[in-house]
Design a protein around this ligand. Structure first.
Ligand code: FE
Length: 180
């Protein structure tokens, strides 16, 4: 985390943050032997977030997201910049955006994020997507870095019937020692 702290201390613009942050996350996800075993565990019915690190001033959080077989998210936003690095398996992402009538529509085709790949979201780059496990019979795991304490952030889920629901994702587990 020291390298990310150093990067954020330079107060980079978002393009610099995304490109240099992507390089740092690519390094991190090259192996998964550093990942605590409990942070590779899926939940019974939906994607889970294990908190790995929270900056003491809530400047950013690092999370292990685990999808079990067949699990998918609702269409949702993040409201802050985020980097998503695949450490195991495949995640499929479908981006969405509002059309001229203000209706949410899929943007392009789904993207398959393979191991070692980093994707980015932000209100400026495009912040709304739906994600599901691209592997039928095992967990997929990605390491996410967000520019806030994402587990406490007020976010939005866009339901199929057009309703928008506020949600706070929380964490299913917290780090034993928050000093990495
Ligand atoms: Fe997301």
């Amino acid at each position: 985390m020291a390298k990310l702290n150093a990067l954020l201390e330079t107060e980079p613009d978002e393009n610099t943050l995304i490109s240099q942050g992507t390089a740092l996350l690519t390094e991190l996800i090259a192996t998964e032997d550093w990942l605590p075993p409990h942070c590779t565990c899926a939940g019974p019915d939906r994607v889970v977030h294990h908190l790995l690190y929270l900056h003491p001033d809530d400047l950013y959080s690092v999370v292990s997201c685990v999808w079990g077989p067949g699990q998918t998210t609702p269409i949702h936003d993040h409201t802050v910049w985020g980097l998503i690095g695949m450490v195991r398996g495949v995640e499929v992402t479908q981006r969405h955006g509002f059309d001229a009538q203000g209706l949410l529509q899929p943007l392009g085709s789904p993207t398959h994020l393979q191991e070692g790949t980093v994707d980015a979201v932000s209100p400026r780059l495009g912040d709304i997507h739906q994600v599901w496990n691209g592997v039928a019979d095992s967990n997929s795991i990605s390491i996410h870095v967000y520019g806030a304490d994402i587990g406490k952030r007020n976010r939005h889920a866009y339901l199929e019937d057009g309703r928008v629901e506020r949600f706070v994702s929380g964490y299913v587990s917290l780090p034993e020692v928050n000093n990495q």
